[in-house]
Unconditional design. Structure first.
Length: 387
């Protein structure tokens, strides 16, 4: 079997006129959007840059920089993917335009997108998934509380703007949070815009909270959506999601690693699929669903705010910085937790106990082990002593 890098090499000389745009092509565009295209891809829709030229500019920017690190969870092979795409006939002439990269800590917003014009009358609007920023990850958690989160509104606004600039058919696509945004924008756009949308591609994107589902036309969006998750998915099965997703075979062994689309396997121009998800994925879905039923929104918000306050307690703004400052962050977090008032401590541990209850219900053995560890950790925090 092959992966997306092999796909580009295999189909490098096959133009879209010969073999039409498909889900693998959309996935490659989604992965390319994780690359920093600031000052490379134009912000407007009137001008644009081909993937071939964008690859050359990106290479020149990093000519003296051997590092391809794009963040803790973003595969460094993405830079090689851009180079291969730029050198191919199939991808090289795709025109990129309308690039947006908006990170706002105050609004708790992380949003990025570009429009890939495959031809003058076929355009794929691509939304970036969660990047390396802590605020981007917090916005993901906020999806379980707020309707909408800022990136969702930004995705709808972007679709409305792109629609006026692009003639012909539209696709929306995204990986991870980007997949959520691709579906959200289609669910809330006007009927006029929705008619132009040929298909929606959602690659292991989380679902929506109940308020969002009540307010938007999720049913019409999911009818045009092709949703894909790896066999042990722990992201694409969160919240209320499409039940008609296809299960893709991954070479990785756990759900977090399987979120990396470079591990997704292909048969020719199609995904290598399985009949069903793993027991671990079903367990994760049921556990989170049970926990959310038990925890009210205000308590979820309090828990999320404390979690990310602790993560940033040593000044880290990205996962990479958090990883590099782990000892400082651990010490600062313990101190912060120790100084909390008794009521806040009780609220946090009550929420955590509800999570353990959900785990025990779905997998008793693991739940009992976690419960013992949780009691020890609670005592550590009360006394202010690290493990």
């Amino acid at each position: 079997m092959a992966d997306i890098s092999d796909y580009i090499l295999w189909r490098a000389d096959i133009p879209f006129k010969v073999s039409p745009f498909n889900e693998i092509d959309a996935l490659i565009l989604c992965q390319l959007l994780y690359i920093d295209f600031d000052r490379i891809v134009p912000e407007d829709f009137k001008s644009g840059i081909t993937i071939k030229e964008a690859a050359k500019k990106y290479a020149l920017r990093h000519i003296n920089d051997d590092s391809k690190d794009l963040g803790v969870f973003i595969n460094p092979r993405s830079a090689d993917l851009l180079e291969a795409a730029g050198a191919s006939i199939r991808f090289g002439d795709i025109m990129l335009k309308g690039f947006v990269n908006d990170i706002d800590i105050k609004e708790e917003k992380q949003f990025a997108a570009f429009t890939a014009s495959v031809s003058p009358r076929l355009h794929c609007i691509v939304y970036r998934g969660t990047d390396d920023t802590l605020i981007g990850w917090k916005e993901d958690f906020n999806m379980a509380v707020y309707d909408p989160v800022p990136a969702q509104q930004a995705a709808l606004d972007y679709l409305e703007r792109a629609h006026t600039q692009c003639r012909g058919k539209l696709y929306t696509a995204g990986h991870s949070k980007g997949g959520n945004l691709a579906v959200y924008a289609a669910a809330f756009c006007s009927k006029q815009i929705f008619k132009k949308i040929e298909k929606i591609f959602c690659f292991d994107g989380p679902g929506f909270n109940s308020d969002t589902c009540k307010r938007g036309d999720m049913e019409r969006a999911f009818k045009k959506a092709e949703c894909f998750v790896p066999q042990s998915s722990v992201v694409g099965i969160l919240l209320q999601h499409s039940q008609s997703h296809r299960v893709v075979q991954s070479t990785e062994t756990n759900g977090v690693s399987q979120h990396d689309v470079f591990s997704w396997q292909l048969h020719g121009k199609n995904f290598a699929t399985l009949e069903k998800r793993s027991d671990e994925s079903l367990f994760a879905e049921n556990t989170v669903a049970s926990w959310l039923k038990e925890v009210p929104k205000d308590s979820r918000a309090e828990f999320i705010n404390l979690l990310f306050k602790a993560a940033g307690s040593a000044g880290a703004l990205t996962l990479t910085e958090l990883k590099n400052r782990w000892l400082q962050t651990s010490a600062a977090s313990i101190k912060m937790l120790h100084n909390m008032d008794a009521q806040t401590k009780d609220n946090i541990f009550r929420i955590f106990k509800l999570f353990l209850k959900a785990v025990r219900f779905n997998m008793p053995g693991i739940g009992d082990l976690l419960s013992g560890s949780a009691k020890d950790e609670q005592q550590n925090i009360k006394t202010g002593l690290p493990k």
